[in-house]
Write a protein that binds this ligand. Structure first.
Ligand code: ADP
Ligand code: MG
Length: 362
């Protein structure tokens, strides 16, 4: 066969296979776009577990006519003004999400930037664009995705039940809400129990957001983390050992504002709790790490929330120490800490009985 350049529609459908795995990945891309647009309120509506409808409305900066048209083109992004991938501060930058979604679903984008007299609406169906046409609306952007994968039966078959897809969407929204307490999140639809999490202040609002999302029970049974060590900052809430779970569904990890799954962090948490929980129990925890972006590679797989630390040992020890200190303050002292105290007491010139007892916490 001769070599041929693939037509754009086919290229988009192939790319969609990577970016758009299931309804929850569409929701993630759309919410990240709203966050990048500076939204202070993001409302998500779903139907049929996101298979029949996903609607994301934001009050962010919106787009003008030219940008709206460009936004659904492949590799079109407003987020890289030079070629410095390492300096990215936005969640998106690949410029593929909207083009990919438009290739595998019926996509509609209505948007109105500040200063515009009205909004504009553009539609893409099976890669074919129509509009923009005028649309009455407030400032911001409303993206609707209907009938995801309806034209790609092979993908449709791999989706789980409506319930499972709806739950996966809830999980995505939870994580984004936990990473952005200053944004008001609303999640509703006939396929779910509604959630409404009003904005929390930028400073000190994290604990309030965590009790909105993870429940007041968690917040009441957790201790605050706070440690800065060797360029790694650890924050969040660590559940008390008595508040452990049978699975890891109540463990949430964030690195530089992104929800991640990472073996180093999982391992560090397990080690930190090893003395207090049974092997098959998982403590509930919301762990936030801030680290120099040069020390972490988030580009391993953009859709899969994986990352690589340049110095995993430093991260591990910072996390273990942060949790140990927090639990210690709550009266839980790890065997290693007790051993340290014993050694110190033994080494002290005059290990007075009372002082020794106090130093090991008895
Ligand atoms: P990326 O986010 O990687 O740039 P997308 O395909 O997700 O790629 O979006 C393309 C462009 O469309 C963005 O760079 C942005 O300029 C614009 N855009 C998308 N969603 C929104 C939104 N909710 N509000 C304002 N602009 C948006
Ligand atoms: Mg994007």
């Amino acid at each position: 066969m001769p070599i041929r350049q693939l037509p754009p529609d086919l290229v988009n459908r192939i790319a969609a296979g990577e970016v758009v795995e299931r309804p929850a990945s569409v929701v993630k891309e759309l919410i990240e776009n709203a966050i990048d647009a500076g939204a202070s309120r993001i409302a998500v509506t779903t139907a049929g577990g996101g298979k029949s409808l996903i609607r994301v409305e934001d009050d962010g900066v919106g787009m003008d006519r030219d940008d709206l048209i460009l936004s659904v083109e492949r590799h079109a992004t407003s987020k890289l003004d030079d070629d410095r991938l390492e300096a990215i501060r936005t969640l998106g930058f690949r410029g593929e999400a909207l083009a990919s979604i438009g290739a595998v679903a019926a996509l509609s984008i209505a948007t109105r930037p500040a200063g515009a007299l009205s909004g504009l609406r553009l539609a893409v169906e099976r890669g074919v664009r129509s509009g923009p046409v005028p649309q009455a609306m407030n400032r911001g952007t409303i993206v609707e995705v209907r009938d995801l994968f309806a034209a790609v039966p092979a993908r449709l078959k791999f989706l789980k039940s409506e319930r499972a897809e709806a739950a996966a969407i809830t999980d995505v929204v939870k994580r984004l809400a936990m990473a952005n307490p200053q944004i008001h999140f609303v999640l509703e639809g006939a396929d779910r129990a509604a959630a409404n999490w009003p904005a929390q202040p930028r400073e000190g609002g994290l604990a309030a957001r965590l009790s909105q999302v993870m429940g007041e029970d968690f917040a009441a049974n957790a201790v605050p983390l706070g440690l800065a060590r060797h360029g790694v900052v650890v924050a969040g809430l660590a559940g008390l050992p008595t508040y452990s779970r049978a699975n890891s569904l109540s463990q949430f990890y964030f690195v530089n504002g992104r929800s991640v799954r990472d073996k180093v962090l999982l391992g560090a948490v397990r080690a930190a709790y090893a003395d207090f929980t049974f092997r098959d129990r998982f403590p509930a925890i919301a762990l936030y790490l801030a680290i120099d972006p040069a020390e972490v590679d988030v580009n391993v797989h953009p859709a899969k929330a994986e990352l690589r630390f340049r110095d995993p040992g430093a991260v591990r020890s910072a996390v273990i120490r942060a949790i140990a200190e927090a639990l210690d303050a709550a009266g839980y002292r790890a065997a290693t800490t007790v051993a340290d105290a014993v050694l110190q007491a033994v080494r002290a010139p005059e290990p007075a009985e009372a002082g020794f007892a106090a130093s090991v916490g008895y």
